[in-house]
Unconditional design. Structure first.
Length: 479
């Protein structure tokens, strides 16, 4: 049996099933998302036209080429100063359009991302309220807080930056490749020659960062769970003088988080300079081969200058895609954990037609048996802790580690019950069972059918709050 502080490992970097379920949260805002996608496509088209305008200006007005074969020729003046001013005005207009499209898609996707975060956190909180008490015995509160905070933030980053940037980078790459091949396919192939090395470096980078990010998210969940338990239990911690040992354990968890981050930083520090060196090598090759072709009049000077600019822009989306891969990886892991929580079955549900007891409320336990676990689970947990199974936990022939055994008693309105045991085991379970917050294995009472426990919000627990005049009957334990 794994420790409750252990986290699940990350799944695949991309899971179509999870992505389909995630995109379902964008369905209420699909109109806004479509507008954002249109803005992304238009921005990508505007961004790739800048170097092309530089090529036209050089070839038509600066290099004294009589034929430029540009579709802009019919709209540009034959006078150099006027034509350059026109190209500058077009360039400025493209920058303004790029700003407008960037603002549109950023604002809309951030807005949609916040809406999705609001909806998802509300759904998680509603689900947590419906889960039974035993679920919280197996899951630390710190881990559940991580689901509602850090994991939802990772999904927000995917919606607002990851998916949007991936589409933008892909459209920019397609546009640059198309223009470069159209201007000079030889120089384009020279630029693409370093791509196999970049792809290999990117693969190594993804593997290293994926492992580091997995360790980071596990460490964050452990830190949250550890802090929640020790801050809420600080009184017990100080009474037993456990501050030093608690600090040492926290320092160990915190160091795990720091080491994982250091490994991720190292991977980034190696990968990005490698890509910069390879892109600089590609540009140098373009200058060398392109310069020879300019001297032989095989290509124009404007084409060479445009290729240099396109080569610089070509490698940026590749670097961005590698980073967005990590965002996608983190989002897939977070979504898997969130959906695992949301898919946890609600074991105790309120009846469709709640029963309202007639007359004063009376609590009756009629041969109640209750167990948290089987004997096999108890033995496995004891072996994991290096302990021996207590003699009182020998269970029975049915294989259950019973906490309550054939308990029967009655509490009349205004009455009290004192439960005295040699140890505290099972005392609080009377309270929880009476309030219908625990599932029992067997037993009968006036408001439950045998073998089919029900939530007491409208049934048995109603007797606690809908009793006759006078104090509400409660269960109390004594030592």
């Amino acid at each position: 049996m794994a420790s409750i502080h252990e986290e699940d490992v990350l799944g695949k970097a991309y899971d179509s099933r999870l992505m389909k379920r995630l995109l379902g949260y964008l369905r209420p805002y699909r109109a806004q998302v479509l507008v954002a996608l249109a803005a992304i496509i238009l921005k990508a088209g505007v961004d790739v036209l800048g170097p092309y305008l530089t090529k036209v200006a050089i070839d038509k007005y600066l290099a004294n080429r009589t034929v430029t074969h540009s579709w802009l020729d019919r709209y540009l003046s034959s006078q150099p100063m006027t034509g350059i001013a026109q190209i500058a005005a077009i360039y400025l207009g493209l920058l303004l359009l790029s700003f407008l499209f960037e603002f549109t898609q950023t604002y809309i996707m951030q807005w949609a991302g916040q809406k999705v975060m609001f909806d998802l956190r509300a759904e998680i909180f509603r689900h947590l309220q419906r889960l039974h008490i035993a679920f919280y015995d197996r899951n630390p509160v710190g881990r559940l807080v991580t689901r509602v905070t850090s994991d939802v933030d990772a999904l927000n980053e995917m919606f607002t930056a990851g998916v949007v940037s991936i589409f933008e980078d892909i459209f920019v790459l397609i546009g640059i490749i198309a223009i470069m091949l159209n201007m000079s396919w030889r120089l384009a192939l020279i630029t693409f020659a370093v791509l196999p090395i970049i792809f290999y470096a990117t693969t190594l980078f993804r593997k290293a960062v994926r492992e580091s990010y997995r360790r980071i998210r596990i460490a964050i969940a452990k830190i949250n769970a550890y802090l929640q338990e020790h801050v809420t239990g600080i009184v017990v911690l100080q009474l037993f003088n456990r501050e030093k040992r608690s600090y040492e354990q926290f320092e160990k968890i915190n160091r795990t988080h720091m080491d994982a981050f250091k490994d991720a930083i190292l991977a980034h520090a190696i990968y990005y300079p490698v890509v910069e060196v390879l892109s600089a090598t590609a540009i140098a090759c373009v200058i060398w081969f392109g310069g020879n072709q300019v001297i032989r009049n095989a290509v124009s000077l404007g084409v060479l200058v445009a290729f240099m600019q396109y080569a610089q822009r070509f490698f940026r989306p590749i670097q961005d895609l590698s980073e967005k891969y990590n965002i996608l990886q983190s989002a897939m892991a977070s979504s898997e954990r969130i959906f695992k929580l949301l898919d946890t079955k609600v074991e105790i549900v309120s009846p469709a037609t709640p029963r309202v007891p007639a007359g004063p409320g009376r609590i009756e336990f009629d041969h109640v048996w209750f167990a948290y676990r089987t004997m096999a689970q108890a033995a496995e947990e004891a072996a994991r802790k290096g302990e021996k199974l207590a003699p009182s936990n020998t269970g029975g022939d049915d294989g259950y580690d019973w906490v309550l055994r054939d308990v029967s008693f009655t509490i009349d309105p205004g009455g009290y019950s004192r439960v005295c045991r040699p140890h505290r085991r099972g005392q609080n379970d009377h309270h929880l069972a009476a309030a219908a917050l625990l599932r029992r294995a067997e037993g009968r009472n006036p408001h439950r059918r045998r073998g089919h426990p029900r939530h007491g919000a409208g049934g048995f627990a109603a007797a606690l709050w809908r009793g006759a005049a006078g104090p509400v009957p409660v269960l109390r334990h004594g030592g």
